[in-house]
Design a binder for this molecule. Structure first.
Ligand SMILES: NC(=O)c1ccc[n+]([C@@H]2O[C@H](COP(=O)([O-])OP(=O)(O)OC[C@H]3O[C@@H](n4cnc5c(N)ncnc54)[C@H](OP(=O)(O)O)[C@@H]3O)[C@@H](O)[C@H]2O)c1
Length: 329
């Protein structure tokens, strides 16, 4: 199979390219080259912000194209300039209009598609991904007929290479405690789900090879923040005890939610987002999606955190956690 990955230099794209090479696929990646592509894959350097960036890749007979973009203009120009028998778009659960109720199915209401070619900031991410999905639905094969396509609405991606630190923070913090306890959000029933990057990559490649047509939510089973913390503690082999801190205290201390510096990740203190991690994955599982146990993903994320070369992007630093503990008394 001749596969074109629009991406391939970051977290999921590298896993896709690496696994595809292992499968014996002929892999070309197209990106600006902010990081290397895996050994055995070819990198074509392009800046997709430029209108005709993909011209050098047009006319090739790709069996499948996997697009990792979040910019509507990138997706629109890709289907304008390139042709393949099958397209895969890595989309996101963020496309859904509502998370104040559980279990979004593929036919649940979506956000309005972003009309602009460029997503100005991440507050428009869901709308941008809806626009990317709409572009891929109009993709054409090399003889100009409608191509088949898979739209994969991924949940939070975790495991080895999670630079965001969202899936690695708690295992890492339990492995490197600053005291007898680890400070965690008090909302331990908050629903959490994630998908291991390797599982998502494997199933995405299956879809590309089998020309699986349709829209699919893809994530692991929904659990709770409390269970994720228990598994994190086990994976880290830690004796530290989770110490819940209420939302008001965290807000007053300037501790954020979900991700980023000075945060306690994987929860959101907003009823509008409570059911974000409850995507219904029945269709994907029927189409072959398999996900490994949470412990395996958290162990891989911990291993990555222990090898991390760049500053930790999420969670509390030692100084911040010690300062918050002192505040609690
Ligand atoms: N992380 C999550 O938890 C999560 C959850 C749901 C869905 N998703 C989706 O999953 C995918 C994750 O992809 P990823 O981890 O491989 O990487 P990514 O950080 O989302 O970036 C995607 C790729 O796009 C390339 N790119 C960005 N701007 C470009 C430009 N102007 N021209 C050419 N290439 C450009 C990047 O390479 P260069 O920088 O080298 O150009 C990179 O390889 C995305 O589609 C994301 O929206 C992520």
């Amino acid at each position: 199979m001749r596969l074109l990955i629009l991406g391939g230099t970051a977290f999921l794209g590298q896993a896709l390219a690496s696994q595809a090479v292992q499968r014996g696929t002929d892999v070309t990646c197209a990106a600006r080259g902010s990081a290397p592509v895996p050994e055995g894959a070819r990198l074509v350097t392009v800046d997709r912000d430029v209108d005709d960036a993909l011209a050098t890749l047009a006319g090739h007979d790709w069996d499948a194209i996997i697009d990792l973009t979040r910019q509507p203009g990138h997706a629109r120009r890709a289907v304008r300039d390139l042709h393949a028998g099958h397209w895969v778009l890595i989309s996101s659960g963020n496309v859904y209009a509502r998370f104040d109720e559980p279990e979004q199915r593929e036919d649940s209401a979506l956000l309005e598609p972003l009309a602009d070619d460029v997503m100005s900031d991440m507050t428009r991410y869901g709308e941008a991904k809806v626009a990317c999905e709409n572009a891929v639905r109009s993709a054409r094969d090399p003889v100009g007929k409608p191509a088949s396509w898979t739209i994969i609405r991924s949940g939070l991606i975790g495991g080895d290479g999670d630079w965001s630190g969202r899936t690695g923070y708690y295992p890492w913090r339990f492995a490197h405690p600053t005291g007898a306890d680890v400070l965690v959000p008090a909302d331990l029933t908050f629903p959490v789900a994630l998908i291991d990057v390797e599982d998502l990559a494997a199933w995405t490649l299956d879809c590309a090879e089998r020309h699986t047509h349709g829209v699919f939510n893809a994530t692991g089973p929904t659990t709770t923040l409390g269970e994720l913390l228990d598994v994190s503690r086990t994976v880290a082999g830690s004796a530290a005890i989770p110490r819940p801190v209420d939302a008001t205290t965290l807000a007053e201390a300037g501790i954020g939610t979900w991700m980023g510096p000075a945060s306690l990740p994987l929860w959101i203190d907003d009823p509008q987002w409570r059911w974000f991690a409850t995507l219904d994955t029945t269709a994907a599982r029927a189409a072959g999606l398999r996900t490994r146990p949470l412990a395996a993903t958290l162990a891989a994320a911990l291993d990555f955190e222990n090898r991390r070369e760049h500053p930790r992007a999420t969670g509390l630093t030692d100084v911040q956690e010690i300062g918050l503990r002192a505040r609690l008394g």
